[in-house]
Design a protein around this ligand. Sequence first.
Ligand SMILES: Cc1cc2nc3c(=O)[nH]c(=O)nc-3n(C[C@H](O)[C@H](O)[C@H](O)COP(=O)(O)OP(=O)(O)OC[C@H]3O[C@@H](n4cnc5c(N)ncnc54)[C@H](O)[C@@H]3O)c2cc1C
Length: 510
Amino acid sequence: MQDRRVDEHAIRKIVIVGGGTAGWMAAAAFSTLLDTGSLDIVLIESDEIGTVGVGEATIPPLINFNNLLHINEDEFVAATKGSFKLGIEFVDWGAIGERYFHPFGSHGADFNGVHFHQIYLREARQHPLPDIREWSMSGVAAELGRFARPGPDARLPLSQLIYAFHFDAGLYAQFLRVHAEKRGVDRVEGKIVDVTLDGENGHVRNVKLADGGTIEGDLFIDCSGFRGLLIEEKLGTGYEDWSHFLPCDRAVAAPCALPGPPDPFTRSTARAAGWQWRIPLQHRMGNGLVYSSVHLDRGEAEDQLLANLEGEPLGQPRHLSFTAGRRRLAWNANVVSLGLASGFIEPLESTSIHFVQSGIAKLLALFPDRRFDPVERDEYNRQMQEVMEDVRDFIVLHYKATRRDDSAFWRYCRDMEIPDKLATKLDLWRSKGRLFRDGQELFGAPSWVAVLLGQGVVPEGLDPRVATVDPAIAADALEKMRVSYRRMAEQMPEHAAFITQACAAAKRAP
Ligand SMILES: Cc1cc2nc3c(=O)[nH]c(=O)nc-3n(C[C@H](O)[C@H](O)[C@H](O)COP(=O)(O)OP(=O)(O)OC[C@H]3O[C@@H](n4cnc5c(N)ncnc54)[C@H](O)[C@@H]3O)c2cc1C
């Protein structure tokens, strides 16, 4: 029997403010996953203001988002001029001249409940071993410039290949727009000039456009970018500033021509006052320098970026300012902020688009009715805070775990205070190489192992349980695994050839 009480109070209209990646992801998801028979969804965006225009590297959970929205992956890659991503190569982070790879997925296989990295570390104490990347399917494929989708047979190493995408941010928003409009989302072009609050409960009642129009709604999704038009400018929610942990507060971005076939990975190169990203797409290379304005000025940053491009610059450099941190309440009153409006952590591990996805998933799981029970809002805020703090700690690790002292920036990072939870994690690692995934933490042990070992933080001791694994058997198994990953990678297509196949398949899709 239908529950009348629920219907009576159901949300009837969602207003999404902003048509960047966050706004269109929300529009596409809500129009696919909510009952649009009784729900209107409107998205307002302003061509005059535009979007941030960056945000081109992702992490593997985006595949779940695509699947939930029934997005054909080949069509998605073709439409966004995308490429496949198997991880991130970090250059000059631990020390100048060093490089390591943070692959997606795990390393090797555990032995009787003892983590692979423990066995690897014991072996490495006995005799020199190749980099731990050699035991990652994604890591080896990336090294060889190969790509294939993971196979279903769990006995084969290919099943361990985990991937994500690089794409053109503008094309991605357009792609999602088509998807959302097909499912009934109403797009309004116009600049919001005023926001009206309900005098009684302080909820947003409507937004006013420059052309005089007014748009009312029950639930407002603030995807207006850094300014947080509703969540901050109107509701004054407040921002928790994390710049003492993450001192980079500027970026300059400039695409360039591809110097060769696109690599199936992002590269992050540490510079004297920040780091530079390199994101290969089908038609261009995305580049940007993320830096601390205390340690480098705007002109020097631009010069440094342009001097380090690998191809002809395509377009003028674009400058951006930000403050690392999070909105104190991601959901306040009847406004849920997503994307840059809800906070920002620099793109070192490509996590911002994931925060949008995670916010959408949590909102759907805690979807309110027009009574806006605080219990749903509080739980949403608690979960989003946890997700963001956990990612923040992982990013802080990259800066803290360095031996660089060649600039004031790196000396600051080495000496800075770090969050307590991260300090405890580091103590546990340094003591016996132990890592624990807490709650819904996005990055699991293999990611921490890759960064810690990659930046030269080797534990003093090992988990005593390694003694239960026979060294001769372990050595033999390690070598067999290593060979099997490499053989499998050698059989995969070149990454560029795989992209060509995917784009051809997209054309044939019904
Ligand atoms: C330097 C940098 C690099 C990044 N790299 C990555 C990355 O590699 N991977 C990743 O996951 N993320 C990355 N991000 C984050 C990513 O770009 C954003 O998370 C993503 O683009 C979402 O942006 P947004 O939609 O929240 O905001 P925006 O793109 O800024 O969109 C805001 C929207 O609001 C509209 N708007 C604003 N005010 C009004 C108004 N008054 N009236 C009407 N409309 C209005 C604008 O027109 C626009 O449509 C990066 C961010 C930066 C700054």
